[in-house]
Design a protein around this ligand. Sequence first.
Ligand SMILES: NC(=O)c1ccc[n+]([C@@H]2O[C@H](COP(=O)([O-])OP(=O)(O)OC[C@H]3O[C@@H](n4cnc5c(N)ncnc54)[C@H](O)[C@@H]3O)[C@@H](O)[C@H]2O)c1
Length: 321
Amino acid sequence: MANRVLVTGGAGFIGSHVADRFVAEGWDVTILDDLSSGREENIPAAARFVRGDITTPEAAALVRDGKFDVMCHLAAQIDVRRSVLDPVYDATRNILGTLNLMEAVKASGHVTRTIFSSTGGALYGDFDPPPSAETLSKDPEAPYGIAKLSVEYYLAYYGRVHGLDTVALRYGNVYGPRQDPHGEAGVVAIFCNRVLDGRALTVFGDGRQTRDYVYAGDVAGANFAAATRDLPPRGRLDARAFNIGTGIETSVNTLAETLRDVSGATAPIDYAPARAGELARSALNTAKAREVLAWQPTVSLADGLKRTYEFFAVRRARVNA
Ligand SMILES: NC(=O)c1ccc[n+]([C@@H]2O[C@H](COP(=O)([O-])OP(=O)(O)OC[C@H]3O[C@@H](n4cnc5c(N)ncnc54)[C@H](O)[C@@H]3O)[C@@H](O)[C@H]2O)c1
């Protein structure tokens, strides 16, 4: 019988790529999503869809009784700014919602591994020059990162005290087809739509701030590797955490110029005042994922941006048709 995976948030941007990957590998895929930001059209045809909220008893019952082998947990409130405006809302979904599922995993006796979508970009702060390794001190700037770090402490606890098998994947700034302008790499979606509108690409500050942009298909590959590889012993906070990025610092200026190159656009780049609270530099050291998960990114920035731009162009043409 095929292995069974539950993908929470599988109607969303990254979750739908994760679901696609497991379907392609012949797994039996179930998606749990409340469609608060996800879309039904993102769900692969071969997957079973359960509409539900991870904070509810119904979601817990699905996890407890669903006979899943693996849970990839991506459902979350993903907007960093919203977490600043409403930390209670953020913590309810991102901490309490996850605990609701983890208690169900504990009761299920069937789920052998949980893979949690954490963040690298919003976890390490700005005190040490990049690339950041997993063991670096954590200084999240916003409640969003604090919630992700809290969950990682809980996962370590579930491993140590209850023997559950958990993994945290700390993503860089994930971009690709189906992405949302509110996510950590929202700038890519915003720039693509600006190019399609024939408007200028607005850069905040001098554009030299850097991020680690990783393609969504590569992130899906990291989830699959985390589900199927032998992993080191669990217990300490960072033991089962893996940075998932390229290790490359890309400035917003380079991002804008590369997008113009691959889209053939001539949109001007204009500059607006820097936004408060933005990290100056960010990139992830991914040596551990390469070594332990045998994972590495395969899609270059130019290629990934081209695919992403084409996705938005096709969606625009469909809407306008
Ligand atoms: N996009 C990035 O750059 C990035 C970086 C680091 C980590 N992450 C993490 O990856 C995961 C996926 O993010 P994404 O960018 O694909 O965002 P997304 O908003 O596209 O996906 C989140 C999905 O979860 C669903 N959801 C939200 N709250 C829910 C709830 N209470 N119950 C059930 N479903 C719920 C949404 O409908 C959506 O389909 C999140 O955990 C996010 O924190 C994303």
